[in-house]
Design a protein around this ligand. Sequence first.
Ligand SMILES: CC(C)(COP(=O)(O)OP(=O)(O)OC[C@H]1O[C@@H](n2cnc3c(N)ncnc32)[C@H](O)[C@@H]1OP(=O)(O)O)[C@@H](O)C(=O)NCCC(=O)NCCS
Length: 168
Amino acid sequence: MSRAARATREPAVEFRPCREGDLDGIVAIERATFPEPWTRSQFAALLAHPAGFGWVAEVVPRGVVGYAFGWVAADEAELADLAVQGDVRGRGLGRGLVDAFAREAGVRGARRLYLEVRASNIVAQQFYDRLGFDTVGRRAAYYRHPREDALVMRAELPLAVDRPRTAG
Ligand SMILES: CC(C)(COP(=O)(O)OP(=O)(O)OC[C@H]1O[C@@H](n2cnc3c(N)ncnc32)[C@H](O)[C@@H]1OP(=O)(O)O)[C@@H](O)C(=O)NCCC(=O)NCCS
């Protein structure tokens, strides 16, 4: 099938700031994705905090299929939670979410974006590497259930997300 034909069959994705009404769908994806899922009240508290914000990827009429949450403190941003629903991974949604999150972080004054990732989560590390993040540290036993180190990754803002696929 040609790219054009596939495009007409694939539903459009919208990236937009998270709203309170998105949280039920987000929590369902969160529980299906992580061994230590955030609770609904954790997401709500972050959204209610002046420094916190989140972006979602929505497919109409299906609903939210991915999200990115975090905060900005002074000139540093933290990407604290990112997930894309399993059946729509590999289609650029994760990249779009990090891009949208990083743009808002930049508008809020951040010059660097940090995150932690499980040492065993090679898929996510390769994903962040493609978006221009470098590994800058390691936090011993950062995660529980299962207990595991975190790698600390960092990118300068604005992100170099528009690199061609053949680059690097
Ligand atoms: C990590 C995650 C968010 C990526 O989302 P995604 O929508 O599948 O990623 P994208 O389609 O936007 O991919 C962007 C880039 O990452 C790379 N990438 C994505 N999945 C990859 C994989 N399985 N292996 C290697 N590279 C991968 C792609 O090659 C792509 O680069 P390219 O466009 O230059 O080819 C998704 O896999 C996920 O939700 N994982 C479970 C939750 C998780 O691990 N979150 C991060 C916790 S720190």
